[in-house]
Write a protein that binds this ligand. Structure first.
Ligand SMILES: [Zn+2]
Length: 399
């Protein structure tokens, strides 16, 4: 909440109003069903201001009155909940072997979950064409349901700068691609904002909003796809770094004499603890899913070779997670992607390495867990990014 004591200028007034609208919207998101009096009591805004802000949010169909009332001393209060029925937020993840799309309403209720095989395309242009076609179908579906798209955020496995340009996506073979601009063209200027970010960053946002550790203010998400990257939330905020390239834990060197990494160096975490290390070869995108299922089956059956591989991968992963724990002191490190089905065999070795390597006792309070969001995490994080923009005051126009 912002209040001004110095006589606001018109521009300030608009800012204050937008900020206060966002304060009320967030309060309703977190505390619904709630009354106008609840909002006033908790935010410190006066009742007349709250009534006016709520009227505005109802006009925008972001909030609605329920039939319910709360009995208070005096007269009953009408209860408010999030509405958002005319809206949709879209998140898309582009990965080496698949594209996923998720759409939710304003309250985060799923409207659609799609996953399509994807070969990365031979070029950025081909990739944009096929991803653009999928997104167009999602947008059309939302239009059929008479929903206005609030925004689209796209997750990419690679270095994405703060302007949303994909600098290097090695596993896709993309370089210096203005993906947001290209998608806007492919969608013929769709009239909603398009954001692009790294897959681990968006997956971390998904965990923070929707995951089993939602609300954690110090959380790290580790992707377990063909590449390994970290999305870092510290003190409640996603940390991008100077150019947006934070979290490349996958290319921290664990062993100078280790196997060659496709980045040209040796013994990187990604090559020691990535999915390729689990499978003992360069994974072929089309077969990863089946091969990981095979590993799980063998591990369950007690196959000695598989168990030894998973223990060794778990140890390397534990070294990487210990670096994160020593450096950033997270509350939780969440393993995503293909690490999820393998977690029962990886986690004991990870924990062992943490006990040895993290200087703070009990790993500084850091837990390591498997994601409950699975392969949808990065796409769902795209949705979280769009909803974050709305919650911070970039409200849609009155429908
Ligand atoms: Zn590397």
């Amino acid at each position: 909440m912002i209040t001004s004591t110095t006589g606001p200028q018109p521009a300030d007034f608009a800012d204050v109003r937008a900020t206060n609208l966002a304060v009320v919207l967030r309060f309703v998101r977190e505390h619904a069903p709630c009354s106008r009096a609840d909002i006033a009591a908790s935010t410190g805004l006066n009742k007349a201001t709250v009534s006016s802000l709520v009227a505005d949010l109802i006009d925008r169909r972001l909030v609605r009155e329920t039939g319910l009332t709360e009995n208070r001393v005096g007269r009953p209060a009408t209860m408010l909940v999030l509405d958002g029925s005319p809206y949709a937020a879209i998140g898309v993840e582009i990965n080496v072997d698949y594209v996923s799309a998720v759409a939710t309403d304003l309250a985060g209720e799923r409207l659609l979950t799609w996953r399509r095989a994807f070969s990365g395309g031979d070029s950025v242009n081909q990739g944009v064409a096929s991803v653009g076609a999928i997104i167009r179908r999602v947008v059309n579906r939302m239009a059929k349901e008479e929903r206005q798209v609030l925004g689209l955020a796209v997750a990419v496995p690679g270095l994405v700068d703060v302007q949303g340009t994909v600098r290097i996506a090695p596993n896709l073979g993309w370089r210096d691609a203005d993906l947001g601009g290209d998608l806007a063209k492919a969608l013929r200027d769709p009239g909603f904002p398009i954001q692009v970010d790294n897959d681990a960053n968006l997956a971390a946002l998904a965990e923070q909003r929707f995951g089993a550790h939602a609300g954690a203010s110090d959380l790290i998400y580790l992707t377990g796809e063909i590449g390994v990257g970290a999305g870092i939330i510290l003190d409640g905020r996603l940390r991008h770094g100077r150019l947006g390239f934070s979290g490349e834990i996958g290319h921290v060197q664990l062993d100078p004499d280790g196997p060659a990494c496709h980045c040209g160096r040796r013994g990187c975490l990604e090559v020691m603890a990535g999915i390729g290390a689990v499978l003992g070869k360069d994974p072929s995108p089309a077969e990863i899913q089946v091969e990981i299922e095979d590993s799980v089956r063998l591990a369950r059956a007690g196959d000695a070779g598989t168990l030894a591989t998973l223990e060794s991968v778990g140890r390397s992963l534990g070294k990487g997670v210990s670096i994160l724990a020593n450096l950033l002191n997270p509350e939780v490190v969440i393993l995503g992607g293909y690490y999820v089905p393998l977690a029962p065999w990886l986690l004991p070795a990870v924990q062992d390495e943490m006990d040895d390597r993290v200087i703070a006792s009990e790993a500084g309070g850091c837990q390591v867990v498997a994601s409950t969001l699975g392969h949808d995490a990065a796409a769902l994080g795209g949705v979280a990014r769009v909803l974050d923009s709305i919650d911070s005051g970039r409200l849609p126009r009155v429908p």
